[in-house]
Design a protein around this ligand. Structure first.
Ligand code: C2E
Ligand code: CA
Ligand code: CA
Ligand code: CA
Length: 278
């Protein structure tokens, strides 16, 4: 906004218009950022909590804005979703995380599975499976090393969802239900879904050592998963108390600041190297 336009804007400024302008500015910035590739990924290790062995990593996107610095995903993912920009951005995220995983394999690091967050909008894209196939083929990554993390909102329309999930899984890609326990899914239909892993939401982990309800929910999810043959991972493990409470409940896998924050590539390589020599 320049000169006269800016003054006009100030005169007619109302908070709602302000919001709209802010949104539009951010949307334009986001559009440019995708063209200029201002994004990068961090990787947070996932571990076996009884052996402390790394089993994989979650890719998490960050926006490196030239003036504003690093912008976290909570500030732009929902806008990317509502504007449809998540489609090109999500494709870049998938390609980059597969490329990096392949690079680590070729450099001789332990073979690890990469988990990529996929938004409902991407999942509903009719070309989604084709895009994943093309990316894996281009990069030469075995689909076995890719996992996608979907939130429960994807499961609102099962008739539509199940065939897509099956298509993805038939490729050999793993599927994990993110933020499990916070959303819509009822435990009863989980057994009908072609999925591999339940990821217990961090809100339940936060007070698992203090709060009976959280503990009951976490225990129930662990035992349910065991019964129907799914893996369980806990996210947001921050303290030794969390680890101890979860181990007692028979949890096998976890991730969180207690083990490591999400790391840039070089720092992740260092983490993996140190972990391997434990
Ligand atoms: P999420 O998928 O549930 O990711 C977990 C978030 O918790 C991440 O925040 C991670 O950095 C943070 N976290 C990890 N360990 C701990 C811990 O011990 N304690 C606490 N308090 N937090 C922890 P981040 O990276 O800011 O991402 C926030 C959300 O943004 C993600 O939630 C996900 O919904 C979305 N997001 C991030 N990256 C992507 C992406 O590449 N694609 C899409 N579609 N969404 C993404
Ligand atoms: Ca996730
Ligand atoms: Ca989550
Ligand atoms: Ca979340």
């Amino acid at each position: 906004v320049k000169g006269q336009g800016k003054n006009n804007f100030i005169i007619f400024n109302k908070s709602i218009e302000n919001k709209t302008l802010e949104r539009r500015l951010l949307e334009n910035a986001l559009r440019k950022a995708i063209k200029k590739q201002e994004f990068y990924l961090e990787y947070q290790p996932k571990l076996n909590i009884s052996t402390n062995e790394i089993i994989g990593m979650e890719a998490l996107v960050r926006w490196n804005h030239p003036d504003l610095g690093t912008i976290p995903p909570v500030k732009f993912i929902s806008l990317a979703e509502s504007t449809g920009l998540i489609i090109p951005l999500g494709e870049w995220i998938l390609r980059e995380s597969c490329r990096q995983t392949k690079e680590w394999q070729e450099k001789g690091y332990p073979q690890l599975r990469v988990s990529v967050n996929v938004s409902v909008r991407q999942f509903e894209d009719p070309y989604f499976i084709e895009k994943i196939k093309r990316i894996l083929h281009e990069i030469g990554l075995d689909p076995h090393w890719l996992e996608i993390e979907l939130t429960e909102s994807v499961f609102a329309d099962l008739k539509h969802t199940v065939p897509i999930l099956e298509g993805i899984r038939n490729l050999g890609i793993h599927i994990s239900v993110d933020d499990f326990g916070t959303g819509y899914s009822s435990l009863s239909y989980i057994k009908h879904l072609p999925i591999d892993t339940l990821k217990v939401d961090q809100s339940f982990i936060k007070d698992v050592h203090l709060n009976h309800q959280s503990k009951a929910i976490v225990s129930a999810v662990i035992h349910l998963a065991e019964t129907i043959g799914l893996n369980v991972i806990a996210e947001g493990i921050e303290t030794l108390e969390h680890v101890e409470a979860l181990s007692k409940d028979g949890l096998k896998f976890g991730q969180g600041y207690f083990y490591s924050r999400p790391l840039r590539c070089e720092a992740f390589e260092e983490f993996v190297t140190n972990n391997a020599s434990l």
